[in-house]
Ligand binder design. Structure first.
Ligand code: GLY
Length: 466
């Protein structure tokens, strides 16, 4: 079997777990990962040499041609771009133009994640259930603020949600409980430069209920569901309190949802976007990830992401039994229909994020991390690298924190409760500068709740009637 040199472009823990799977694939030759991951380097992944850092290259937009030149020089035949920033910067497009097999949505298709307005309009046109909304194109910040305030006053249903168009790393969404708060949050959006002429904002109904993440492989005109729903925990503190983060922990599979439910969810929440993008001439190739709220009035779409979630990926991908590259390349080539159904391990899994002090604000970096080797020896536990660095010392080297979320602790077991117990025990052995990292202690606690069960019943009635 010919071996193909492969390049992964990704910054999160998601890149580390994907590297682990790609390395295992029988037709992978040399595997490069950029920007390189400290833990992955130890696992047989080649560190790209001769490339400057992402900052030096001017971010993904500035780096894309240098990366494509690197790939051609190293005889790279396959590329995976799995994070929102490089996808939005059109990194995948540059590789595709060079004739390299590329697992990545195009920048245009990926606007379903960055443009809330585009996503909401597709949902409305294609009958995907989602929160009621109104969008506002900004010509003048004061006028737009006045129009939004008038709209919210007429509607008079609180809270109201205001979303900035464009990628905002989870910070462009404002939940406003009252008129006063709406004023304040609009001022924040203005200060964050989201109310500049040419930009758009979406104002929508607030949705209440448990949230789930769906994932599907998409190959242009068809999709294949991951056979489970997942649940992320997005705020920094337990009980969904505190500011939003990139995601502090994911569990799977969410209980009560059957294989039939998952298929139906794909028909309602994924297929309309796959077909809309194909009809617009910008078909989607990659993983599509909608978040759904299970409300008292049935399931409603919150957002559509153009890449695997993170920590969804480090929770889910270790459970994949089939060859990851075979599926990824079938997506890239639009040949999902030719694949046997992917196989997944039975049981449950979790990934708990360990974050540095200060996150999700300005995180303190450079903390000495202890416990990594100890935790890596635990059966059923894997550590994934969000942001680590290794520094030489007189006695060898130490791991240090190098970002907000630093490590993902994955564990798999027969059920969610056991998987969380194993991951929690391992997480408790990790220290940053001798102190416990920030982590949530309630990951998975709501997965089996009565409320969740009730909302799945409502979802099922909705699916039966749809
Ligand atoms: N689950 C959070 C994210 O990947 O966006």
């Amino acid at each position: 079997m010919p071996k193909h040199n492969t390049l992964i472009l990704e910054t999160g823990a998601r890149g580390h777990v994907i590297a682990e799977l790609v390395r295992r694939s029988p037709d992978t030759g040399l595997l490069y990962h950029y920007p390189s991951k400290v833990l992955a380097e130890e696992e047989g992944i080649t560190v790209p040499t001769g490339l400057r850092s992402l900052t030096e290259l001017g971010g993904w937009d500035g780096a894309k041609n240098a990366l494509a030149d690197f790939a051609v020089a190293k005889n790279v035949k396959r590329v995976l771009v799995t994070a929102d920033d490089p996808i939005a910067a059109g990194v995948g497009d540059v590789f595709r133009e060079r004739g390299i097999q590329t697992f990545s949505p195009t920048a245009e298709a990926a606007t379903i994640e960055s443009s809330k307005k585009k996503m909401k309009h597709i949902a409305r046109e294609r009958g995907v259930p989602t929160a009621d909304f109104e969008d506002f194109d900004v010509t003048d910040a004061d006028e737009t603020m006045a129009a939004v305030i008038e709209h919210a006053a007429e509607r008079n249903k609180w809270p109201v949600v205001v979303k900035a168009d464009g990628l905002a790393a989870g910070k462009g969404v404002k939940i406003c409980a009252s008129h006063e708060e709406l004023h304040l949050k609009l001022e924040e959006l203005r200060a964050e430069k989201h109310l500049e002429p040419g930009k758009s904002i979406v104002v929508e109904e607030y949705l209440e209920g448990p949230e789930i993440s769906l994932h599907a492989w998409v190959g242009g005109d068809s999709h294949l569901m991951f056979p489970f729903a997942m649940q992320d925990h997005k705020t920094i503190r337990d009980n969904n309190e505190g500011p939003m983060t990139g995601g502090m922990g994911v569990v799977l599979p969410m209980p009560h949802l059957t294989a039939q439910d998952m298929d139906n969810l794909g028909k309602i929440f994924i297929n309309p976007f796959v077909q809309a993008l194909k009809d617009e001439g910008t078909p989607f190739y990659g993983v599509m990830y909608p978040s759904i709220k299970l409300t008292a009035n049935g399931p409603k779409l919150l957002e559509v992401n153009c890449r695997p979630g993170d920590p969804e990926a480090p929770a889910a991908f270790p459970m994949l039994e089939s060859d990851f590259m075979t599926i990824a390349m079938a997506c890239a080539e639009g040949k999902l229909n030719e694949l046997p159904t992917p196989r997944w391990r039975k049981g449950a899994a979790v990934c708990i994020a360990l974050a540095a002090p200060g996150y999700p604000g300005k995180a303190q970096t450079g903390g000495i991390i202890t416990g990594i080797e100890q935790v890596r020896s635990h059966k059923g536990v894997r550590l994934y690298d969000y942001a680590l660095k290794r520094e030489k010392t007189a006695k060898g080297s130490v791991f240090k924190t190098n970002g907000g979320r630093v490590l993902g602790v994955h564990a798999a077991a027969a059920n969610i409760r056991l998987a969380v117990q194993v991951a929690d025990k391992a997480a408790a052995e990790i220290r940053f500068d001798g102190k416990e990292p920030q982590r949530r202690r309630d990951i998975g606690a709501q997965a089996g709740s009565e409320l969740f069960k009730e909302r799945v019943e409502i979802l099922r009635s909705y699916l039966a009637a749809a």
